[in-house]
Design a protein around this ligand. Sequence first.
Ligand code: 9UX
Length: 71
Amino acid sequence: RPVTQTYAITGMTCEHCVKAVTEELTVLSGVEEVRVDLAAGTATVTSAEPLPVERVRAAIDEAGYELAGGV
Ligand code: 9UX
């Protein structure tokens, strides 16, 4: 069944940042839902299977931000 994980992300300061991170995470294989919280600096991702952290890190890098760790 789906799993949900929250990641801390550094560098997001506006809604454009939120959109960029949301889009990069949404296109990862198996991702079902992405919710980015700008104030908290987190992304909560629901996926069909656990996501390898390196894929999550790469997606966030691609958006121009940095994975700070799991929450
Ligand atoms: Mo959000 Mo603008 O970082 O560079 S403030 S996209």
